[in-house]
Design a protein around this ligand. Structure first.
Ligand code: FES
Length: 295
């Protein structure tokens, strides 16, 4: 999925959230649907009072002059008076006090909630986009995907010492130990037929990428150059430099990743999305220990 696709998805998500917020507010309003009742404003009260007065004095149709300005209304407005039924005139409008529950959601409340829903949706959408943007580099090129380790020849030179001993190269991005393996030792081993070695040929060994995680309980396994192996400090599992089980509670060889060579550059590519598990080797491809152990 491209970055543009994720961005568009984020926008759509934000729009959906905003629509959901508005819909929720509308539903809340709808749930209290019914006759809208409430108290009258001052202008209405004043008109009502004028009608009552006109009816009491002349009985004709009262003509009510509109106030010139709202200020005038404010100045002229007086607290609503209780209608005196003793004059024998039927009030034109009966007032009734109602509760907040009866009144339901006012227009102002509706718009307030709609705005809150809208901005809440936009906020959540933006948050989602931020999280995607944070994760995107990892999804694109981090652990769990294919990682370019570099030139096979350069890597090999960093691993194989001039005296023939090995110094496994730790490659943090892939959480892997890179080790060499002679192609001739693979047939009949636990690695035969698996895409766990690459870059060999012309008398040069291939490379393998061993996951640093101990297959017992997941501790990070360091290398031990004196013994030419990997030795786990947690419970003492030991593996040779090909990651083959040698001792301890580990149930199998060290796990390893699928490898491939980039056709265009010749670089070693570690596919950390594909982990290969192998059982304890019946045929050991490299001796261990070759010196004092570290544990
Ligand atoms: S985690 Fe390595 S031996 Fe237990």
């Amino acid at each position: 999925m491209s970055a543009t696709s994720i961005f568009i998805l984020g926008i759509v998500g934000a729009a959906v959230l905003a629509a959901a917020g508005i819909f929720t507010v509308a539903v809340r309003r709808g749930s209290s649907a019914g006759p809208v009742t409430g108290t009258f404003d001052r202008r209405a009260v004043r008109k009502d009072r004028q009608r009552v007065a006109a009816a009491a004095t002349g009985g004709g149709v009262a003509t009510i002059a509109e106030p010139e300005t709202d200020t005038a209304v404010e100045a002229d407005a007086a607290p609503p008076e209780e209608i005196d039924d003793s004059v024998g005139v039927t009030p034109l409008v009966q007032k009734r006090q109602i509760s907040a529950a009866e009144y339901g959601v006012t227009r102002r409340q509706f718009f307030n909630r709609a705005i809150i829903g809208l901005f809440g949706g936009v906020f959540l959408g933006s948050l989602g986009l931020g999280i995607l943007a944070f994760l995107w580099p990892k999804l694109k090129g981090g652990f769990g995907s294919k990682i370019v380790a570099g030139s096979v020849a350069d890597l090999r030179n960093q691993i194989i010492n001039s005296d023939g001993t090995l110094s496994p190269l730790f490659f943090p991005a892939a959480q892997s130990w890179l080790v060499p393996i002679d192609d001739a030792s693979i047939p009949g081993s636990s690695f035969e037929g698996l895409s766990v070695a690459a870059g060999g040929g012309a008398g040069e060994p291939s490379l393998m990428a061993l996951w640093q995680r101990c297959v017992h309980l997941g501790c990070r396994v360091p290398s031990c150059e004196s013994s030419q192996g990997f030795e786990c400090p947690c419970h003492g599992s030991k593996y040779n430099f090909h990651g083959e089980y040698q001792d301890g509670p580990a149930p199998r060889n060290m796990d390893r990743f699928v490898l491939e060579i980039d056709d265009a550059t010749g670089d070693l590519v570690i596919d950390t999305g594909q982990v290969i598990q192998t059982p304890r080797s019946k045929v050991i491809t490299i001796p261990y220990p070759q010196g004092p152990t570290c544990l």
